[in-house]
Structures are given as structure tokens and as C-alpha cells.
Design a protein around this ligand. Structure first.
Ligand SMILES: C[S@@+](CC[C@H](N)C(=O)[O-])C[C@H]1O[C@@H](n2cnc3c(N)ncnc32)[C@H](O)[C@@H]1O
Length: 338
């Protein structure tokens, strides 16, 4: 005999049907509902999710890597330099101080930093970062160096956006470049000029924190938005390591995020990304540290470098369509190995 419960419940296939959404997820519906309405709602929902994802992607790009020569400027954006002053600094410090105790545990994420960058390159293809064509304008020592063969070490080279524009223009340049993401290194090898120029390119995967750098004698070095991806406790060790592989008289070109950059203030105001003082973790679990100019200069000086020039770059990006202002701050420092 059937139980009371079973008698009262309706047979499944009479009143309920399974349909599938576009992602082949099974959805249980009631026969009394209008199937078309439900399908339309699912479509709308998917559309909304896609829009949301696009928007998030856009925001992330703005937040993480929007910098001069690095991200295509939109026609409704207006970019110009601005003077950093005490009022800005006070306001920025207040925002940063407003999330002092929200430090998340960092340790569990540290060992998987290379994996997180692997994932980053899985989802963001070679065209995520743009070739840094401006680099040669800043790097006049390289341009003027007419020796038969000069060597450059690009540390944390990613897919090669910094060294390829230099290789194009300087026939006497030989590049040693590494990144701890194997995927990035392989992507760098797909660059249109790699095959033709590979006798001038030594590309390999290496962890700047854990491994020794095999190429000892380099005339030039590049550290471009890499140290910010490494936790500050390791910076000294990394800089000491670098000092051993740049020749006396060699130039190291450093460019990275500066303290109070808009990205830092955005992290701080969200109150959930902080993993250390001036250190934040992005949604993709990669790190972003914001440098104080004096502190980073002192560290390089401690390991045998002098300063050729050092600039805090302050750029205001006005998005006139959305009436938004973004104050971006970077450090650009040229060090000489004494
Ligand atoms: C923001 S990207 C910059 C890439 C490149 N320097 C450029 O300017 O286009 C940071 C890069 O640093 C690499 N990286 C982070 N930590 C590293 C480490 N410990 N050793 C080697 N590479 C590292 C990442 O894989 C990533 O490619």
C-alpha cells in the first residue's frame, strides 16, 4: 500500500518537467508555468550575468594595469599630469587608514603565486598588456650604446611587452628574459619576431624569489611592474640577487605602482583585499604592493646602486562619459650599479 505522503504527492512527470538552459544546466519547472516565459527569463538572467562579467573585467583592467602606453585610451578620456600635494596625501592616507585591521591571511596564498599568474595568463591572452613602445624613449642609455653586443635582463618579463619593442629597434641588443609563469614564457615565444630573432633571445622560466639567476653579466636590467607582485618581506633578498647580475656601470630600469595610486585607494575602500601594509590581493589572488619612493630607493642603494633619476609620475585620467577621475601614481626610477 502506498504511504499517505506518496498518495498526496503528484507523479513527477505530470506536473514537473526538466528543461535545459544554454549552459546545459538542468532546470526543474512546473508544468503550470509558461515555459517560454521561463526560457526568456533564463536568457535575460544570462545576459545580465554576461554584462556583469564584462563590467567586472573592465573595472579590473582599469584597476590593475591602466597606465600610460599600456592600455588603449578611449576617445572620451582625457589624460594629463597633475601635481601631487599634501591635501591629496592627507585624503588618501585617511582612506588607507580606514581599513587598518582587515588583514587577511597571506600565507596560504603565497606558495601558489606562480599558479595564480599561470591562471592569469590562461584567461588573459598576449594582448592584455600592450607593447611598451615608450620604453626606449625613457631608456636613452640603451639607444646610445653602440657597442657591438649589449645584454639586457628582463625579470618577470610576462609575454615580452617590454623587451620586444627594444629588440625591434636595437640590432646590437641581446635579451635574457624570464618569468615564473611557464605559460607567459611560452606565449612570449609566439611573438611574431621570436622565430627570426631567437638567436638574440634567451627566454626561460624562473622564480625571482626562490631561484638563482643563471645569467650573471648583464649591461642592463628591467623590473617592470614585477616587484609589486612579490611580498615586501622578499624585496630586499630579490634586490640583493639582482645586484649580483647587473655589471658595474649597468643601468636598471624600475617602474611600478606608487603609494596612494587610485588602485590602492580602491582596494582600501573595499575593505576586503588588504593582506599587509600597502599590500593587497586582487580577485585573481595575485599581489599588488604600492611603493614609497624613498623606501625603494634606499633598498637599491643598500645593494650597490645609485640613482640616475627618480620620478613619481602623477597622471589624471578623466573619463568624461562617466564623469570619473582617476589619479594614477607610478614610480619610474633609473638605477646605476656602482
Ligand atoms: C604585471 S606583470 C608585468 C609583466 C611584464 N614585466 C610587463 O611589463 O609587461 C607581472 C609579471 O611578474 C611575474 N612574476 C611575479 N612574481 C614573479 C616571481 N617571483 N618570479 C618571476 N616572475 C614573477 C608574473 O608572472 C607577471 O608576468
Amino acid at each position: 500500500m502506498e504511504s499517505k505522503d506518496n498518495c498526496n504527492s503528484k507523479p513527477k512527470d505530470e506536473d514537473e518537467k526538466i528543461i535545459k538552459d544554454n549552459n546545459e544546466n538542468k532546470i526543474l519547472i512546473d508544468n503550470n508555468d509558461n515555459k517560454e516565459d521561463i526560457k526568456n527569463n533564463i536568457k535575460k538572467e544570462e545576459q545580465n550575468n554576461n554584462n556583469k562579467k564584462e563590467k567586472e573585467k573592465e573595472n579590473n583592467i582599469e584597476e590593475e594595469v591602466y597606465e600610460e602606453g599600456h592600455y588603449p585610451k578611449k576617445e572620451y578620456e582625457y589624460v594629463h599630469d597633475f601635481e601631487w600635494n599634501e591635501t591629496f596625501e592627507k585624503e588618501a592616507q585617511e582612506i588607507i587608514n580606514s581599513n587598518p585591521d582587515n588583514v587577511e591571511s597571506l600565507e596560504e596564498f603565497m606558495d601558489i603565486q606562480s599558479k595564480n599568474w599561470e591562471k592569469f595568463y590562461k584567461f588573459n591572452k598576449t594582448n592584455f598588456f600592450k607593447d611598451r613602445h615608450y620604453i626606449l624613449e625613457e631608456f636613452n642609455e640603451l639607444k646610445e650604446d653602440k657597442r657591438e653586443k649589449i645584454t639586457l635582463l628582463d625579470m618577470g618579463c610576462g609575454v615580452g611587452n617590454s623587451f620586444y619593442p627594444l629588440l625591434y629597434r636595437l640590432p646590437n641588443l641581446y635579451v635574457n628574459a624570464f618569468d615564473f609563469s611557464k605559460r607567459a614564457v611560452n606565449m612570449a615565444k609566439t611573438h611574431p619576431i621570436y622565430e627570426k630573432e631567437k638567436h638574440r633571445i634567451n627566454l626561460y622560466d624562473l622564480d625571482l624569489v626562490k631561484d638563482d639567476i643563471p645569467n650573471k653579466n648583464n649591461d642592463y636590467g628591467i623590473l617592470m611592474f614585477v616587484l609589486s607582485a612579490i611580498k615586501p618581506e622578499e624585496h630586499e633578498k630579490v634586490i640583493e640577487k639582482i645586484s649580483k647580475v647587473i655589471d658595474k656601470g649597468g643601468i636598471l630600469y624600475f617602474r611600478d605602482y606608487a603609494r596612494y595610486d587610485m588602485a590602492q585607494l580602491r582596494f582600501a575602500s573595499r575593505k576586503k583585499n588588504k593582506v599587509g601594509e600597502n599590500l593587497y590581493m586582487r580577485k585573481d589572488k595575485t599581489l599588488s604592493f604600492f611603493f614609497d619612493k624613498n623606501e625603494i630607493e634606499k633598498l637599491f642603494i643598500k645593494y650597490g646602486f645609485s640613482i640616475v633619476n627618480s620620478n613619481l609620475i602623477c597622471r589624471l585620467i578623466e573619463n568624461r562619459k562617466e564623469n570619473k577621475k582617476m589619479h594614477r601614481l607610478w614610480l619610474q626610477i633609473k638605477f646605476k650599479k656602482e
